[in-house]
Design a protein around this ligand. Structure first.
Ligand code: IDP
Ligand code: MG
Length: 160
C-alpha cells in the first residue's frame, strides 16, 4: 500500500446518498449506484430500508414549514429506500453535481435527475448538501456496525 499517494484525511468527506422509493420501484437501484462507483467514490454503507415517519421528519426537519412537507414525508415513507454512505475527496459537492438540480426538468442531461426523472416530488435520489450534513445524515440513517471502513485498491489510481 502506498500511503504517500493517498489524499490527506482532511480532504476526504462523507456523504449520505439515498435512492428514494420511486427509484427503487422503477428499478433504478443498480443504475444509480453505478454512477457513484464509476466516478471513483467508495461505498461505506448500503442497505434497503423501510423508513419510519419519525426518521423522515427528522431527516427533512429544515423543510418542516414548507407546504409540501406532508407530501414529502408520505413520499419518502411510501416504500423501501436504499441508504448509502459514500466517501471520497470532494464527494459532497461532486455527488450533488452527479445528482443534478432539485427539479428534474431543470437538471442537466447526464445527471441522475436529468436523465431519469421528471418532477421535483419524484426526483429519485437524495444527496447531503454539506460535509456537516453528510456526517449528520449518515449518523441518522445508519447504526453503529452498519458502516465499513476499508481500503480500496484503486485509491492510488484516483487520488495523487
Ligand atoms: P434537494 O433534494 O435537491 O437537496 P431540497 O430543497 O433539500 O432539495 O428538498 C428536499 C426534497 O424535498 C427534494 O429533493 C424533493 O423531493 C422535495 N421537494 C423540494 N421542493 C419541493 C416542491 O416544491 N414540491 C414537492 N417536493 C419538493
Ligand atoms: Mg436538500
Amino acid at each position: 500500500f502506498l500511503p504517500h499517494l493517498v489524499a490527506s484525511m482532511e480532504e476526504v468527506e462523507q456523504t449520505y446518498i439515498m435512492i428514494k422509493p420511486d427509484g427503487v420501484q422503477r428499478g433504478l437501484v443498480g443504475e444509480i449506484i453505478s454512477r457513484f462507483e464509476r466516478k471513483g467514490f467508495k461505498l461505506t454503507g448500503l442497505k434497503l430500508f423501510q423508513c419510519p415517519k419519525e426518521l423522515a421528519e427528522e431527516h427533512y426537519k429544515d423543510l418542516q414549514s414548507k407546504p409540501f412537507f406532508p407530501k414529502l414525508i408520505d413520499y419518502i415513507t411510501s416504500g423501501p429506500v436504499v441508504c448509502m454512505g459514500w466517501e471520497g475527496v470532494g464527494v459532497v459537492a461532486s455527488a450533488r453535481k452527479l445528482i443534478g438540480a432539485t427539479n428534474p426538468l431543470n437538471a442537466e442531461p447526464g445527471t441522475i435527475r436529468g436523465d431519469l426523472a421528471v418532477q421535483t416530488g419524484r426526483n429519485v435520489v437524495h444527496g447531503s448538501d454539506s460535509p456537516d450534513n453528510g456526517k449528520r445524515e449518515i449518523g441518522l440513517w445508519f447504526k453503529e456496525g452498519e458502516l465499513c471502513a476499508w481500503t480500496a485498491v484503486q485509491e492510488p489510481w484516483l487520488v495523487e
